[in-house]
Design a protein around this ligand. Sequence first.
Ligand SMILES: *[C@@H]1O[C@H](CO)[C@@H](O)[C@H](O)[C@H]1NC(C)=O
Ligand SMILES: *[C@@H]1O[C@H](CO)[C@@H](O)[C@H](O)[C@H]1NC(C)=O
Ligand SMILES: *[C@@H]1O[C@H](CO)[C@@H](O)[C@H](O)[C@H]1NC(C)=O
Ligand SMILES: *[C@@H]1O[C@H](CO)[C@@H](O)[C@H](O)[C@H]1NC(C)=O
Ligand SMILES: *[C@@H]1O[C@H](CO)[C@@H](O)[C@H](O)[C@H]1NC(C)=O
Ligand SMILES: *[C@@H]1O[C@H](CO)[C@@H](O)[C@H](O)[C@H]1NC(C)=O
Ligand SMILES: *[C@@H]1O[C@H](CO)[C@@H](O)[C@H](O)[C@H]1NC(C)=O
Ligand SMILES: *[C@@H]1O[C@H](CO)[C@@H](O)[C@H](O)[C@H]1NC(C)=O
Ligand SMILES: *[C@@H]1O[C@H](CO)[C@@H](O)[C@H](O)[C@H]1NC(C)=O
Ligand SMILES: *[C@@H]1O[C@H](CO)[C@@H](O)[C@H](O)[C@H]1NC(C)=O
Ligand SMILES: *[C@@H]1O[C@H](CO)[C@@H](O)[C@H](O)[C@H]1NC(C)=O
Length: 652
Amino acid sequence: MLLLQSSSTRSRRPISVVAVALLSIISRLAHAADDPAAPTIETHEQPVFDAATSAIAQPRDDNIQGGDSYAPDFDYFDRSLLGRQEPQDSRAKELTNNEKRELDIVPGQTVYFVLKRGQKRLTRADKATLDALEARGLDHATEDPSYEAALDGRDTGIGNGDNELGRRQARNRIWISANTCKQPNPPTNGTAALKNHPQLVMFVSTSSQNQKPGPDSINGLATPPSGIIFENGFANFSLQADSDIFIGISAPTLEDGWFGSWHFDLAASTNGPYHSYNGNDPFLFMIDTDSDSALFITYNLSDVGTRDVDKWRQRNPFRMYAFEFDKVTPVTGLERSLCAIQNSNRTTNITDEVSITTKFGGDLPKAQFHLQGLKAGKTYNGFLTVQGGQDVLKLPGNTSVRSGGMVFQQFNFTTKADDTCQVIFDLDFCDSVAYAVPSNPNFRDDNKKLKARYDNLAKDYYANFSRSLAQVACDTAAEAQYSLARTCKDCEKDYKSWLCSVLIPRCEDWEAPGNWLQQRNINAPLSDGSLTFGGNVSKEFNDTRRARLGYNSTRNPGIDPVTPLGPYKEMLPCEDLCFDIVRSCPAKLAFACPNSPAKELTYGKRDPKDRELRCNFPGAVVKLNIRGAAGMLDARLCLAVLTAVLVVASMS
Ligand SMILES: *[C@@H]1O[C@H](CO)[C@@H](O)[C@H](O)[C@H]1NC(C)=O
Ligand SMILES: *[C@@H]1O[C@H](CO)[C@@H](O)[C@H](O)[C@H]1NC(C)=O
Ligand SMILES: *[C@@H]1O[C@H](CO)[C@@H](O)[C@H](O)[C@H]1NC(C)=O
Ligand SMILES: *[C@@H]1O[C@H](CO)[C@@H](O)[C@H](O)[C@H]1NC(C)=O
Ligand SMILES: *[C@@H]1O[C@H](CO)[C@@H](O)[C@H](O)[C@H]1NC(C)=O
Ligand SMILES: *[C@@H]1O[C@H](CO)[C@@H](O)[C@H](O)[C@H]1NC(C)=O
Ligand SMILES: *[C@@H]1O[C@H](CO)[C@@H](O)[C@H](O)[C@H]1NC(C)=O
Ligand SMILES: *[C@@H]1O[C@H](CO)[C@@H](O)[C@H](O)[C@H]1NC(C)=O
Ligand SMILES: *[C@@H]1O[C@H](CO)[C@@H](O)[C@H](O)[C@H]1NC(C)=O
Ligand SMILES: *[C@@H]1O[C@H](CO)[C@@H](O)[C@H](O)[C@H]1NC(C)=O
Ligand SMILES: *[C@@H]1O[C@H](CO)[C@@H](O)[C@H](O)[C@H]1NC(C)=O
């Protein structure tokens, strides 16, 4: 077909083509973005108690607290107690609902917290709450499925027999969670850093007999006697309680060579876990990498019914972090802790350009991250987070994130080793292009110029195509159309997909594995100056490789100005893109796909098992699910369980 590359068939001539109206895609997108939809970021959550007013004891019969939230479960700390002098580290620190407290802790130390039950108001508060529940139904609770579940006792272990009892106890469900922000340093002289980092331990007691729970005080614990050991800097626990709750955070002693202390934050909440960790999913797709940057998108942030694009744009709570992985990273041992990840980011030079995009399927909002300042050929640990501090944030899949934020499952990705490829995205015309393309040093620091070079070429071809198509009966009544099944709109759409994919090749390192990758520019020197294929310049080898355009040049002459300095590989466009235009466009345009062997040099086939990305198509994304894939050592190798997303398909 057009732009064919084999030595025998490569055509240096543009497609003989012609035109119809340009699609109104852009304006359609713009309109959709104005769609007013229900907010996703909710603002209902608030501490059950207002710190300012509750410090002063309220009269018993004053029911004002029931006004716009549930009746208070916990009294604010009685200030008079603060006056009492106790040794700083042995006195229990008061926790306030939905507020975190931070503390340092040294090896072998245990520090204590208490969440006070509002003793004076106990009886009345219970009554008031029940009244409030009766009056309002469960409306309030629906903002939070876990809370709702707690209310009907579903995950509380309380039978449904006594509804009132169930509700009363459920109202007292407490979530306690913590993040380790800083940990001791490993010895500098050994391999200890590779082993498990020492973790803090949380002990919880509801017994007034044990107000200082810890490794040496395990009577009447709500937690197991060994406590809740922090996992990679994250601990959570939830319990039913009608009494004061006593919490001990205990630090282990350090093995030889380790030095330093911990810093952590702890919070208790009656609404749900303050800190969150999502170990099921990275919640991200990788788009592509080059030698110093990487592009990612989150899953869809809204459902079709509520697009909420503007809301997400105004307030995008997602951030991405990456740490070079060289046996360890700065967050090894604390991978589930938001504050640790945030703190460690200061030690990297990686910048993160964050935006909201509606590309990559469904015209729905996704957060997009362009990480820059990465090093070539390195493996990185990546993290997506929801920054803390916001009110309840709802994510698809019934996930609620509270003020402590959320860390998603970490993943690995690897940057490209060569300087031959460069990630581009957000092109004006080829708007579904987002991957690494062949490039050379003239464009290395000028993405704009590189994008314009490719995009303008595509626009030119498309203009000629449009002129050709205009000569075919497209806008006539259905009977006169060239096909009842396919219209000119289909032809335009398929042509554009095909054109952008063949004109803007997807670029891979020369050493990238995969026999579906096409070698390009093979006579250019490698980075060490040597010639490819061990310098084989025999006549036979020249005849089969070096002297064939399909191997010794770029895909098409239009992009010669961006020819990389070294050899590279191309992930070929999927053959179905070619089949589609043959099927969709009028026969008069005489599109045809190449036959073997030219076909193998110009188009790729999809992985029949759909596990990895073997050919390129608009909106291709790379799935980052670590668990399923075997050995994720090389991101490009293994992470490609691919989700096919044909952006243009949704626009017809
Ligand atoms: C478009 O058509 C014109 C006139 O035939 C030709 O000069 C030009 O090179 C074509 N452009 C492309 C990109 O094929
Ligand atoms: C989300 O939560 C609502 C209410 O708790 C429930 O009805 C629904 O099935 C849940 N959806 C999913 C996908 O879990
Ligand atoms: C603790 O957090 C984990 C991971 O976020 C979650 O699966 C678990 O249900 C939580 N446990 C409690 C008691 O909240
Ligand atoms: C590292 O240093 C510590 C303290 O200086 C010492 O106890 C330990 O044996 C050393 N480890 C190795 C592997 O040399
Ligand atoms: C960050 O950049 C500075 C200056 O270029 C360099 O000295 C430092 O080593 C870099 N840090 C990392 C972690 O790469
Ligand atoms: C991480 O640090 C870099 C460099 O200081 C900064 O540009 C970037 O915005 C930080 N990322 C986040 C998510 O804070
Ligand atoms: C977003 O949703 C659309 C429509 O449901 C789907 O086709 C697309 O694959 C989703 N994209 C992502 C990145 O999850
Ligand atoms: C990342 O890769 C390293 C090896 O390079 C491996 O040890 C580690 O388990 C991987 N991490 C994840 C989350 O896959
Ligand atoms: C093979 O090609 C290379 C590079 O194109 C050239 O230098 C060499 O002379 C060729 N070998 C023969 C035998 O023609
Ligand atoms: C060079 O390539 C030819 C043809 O592929 C092969 O037969 C020959 O063994 C190669 N020579 C060397 C030195 O690798
Ligand atoms: C590349 O292949 C073409 C077509 O066979 C040939 O004319 C040209 O000389 C080759 N270039 C090199 C550098 O070998």
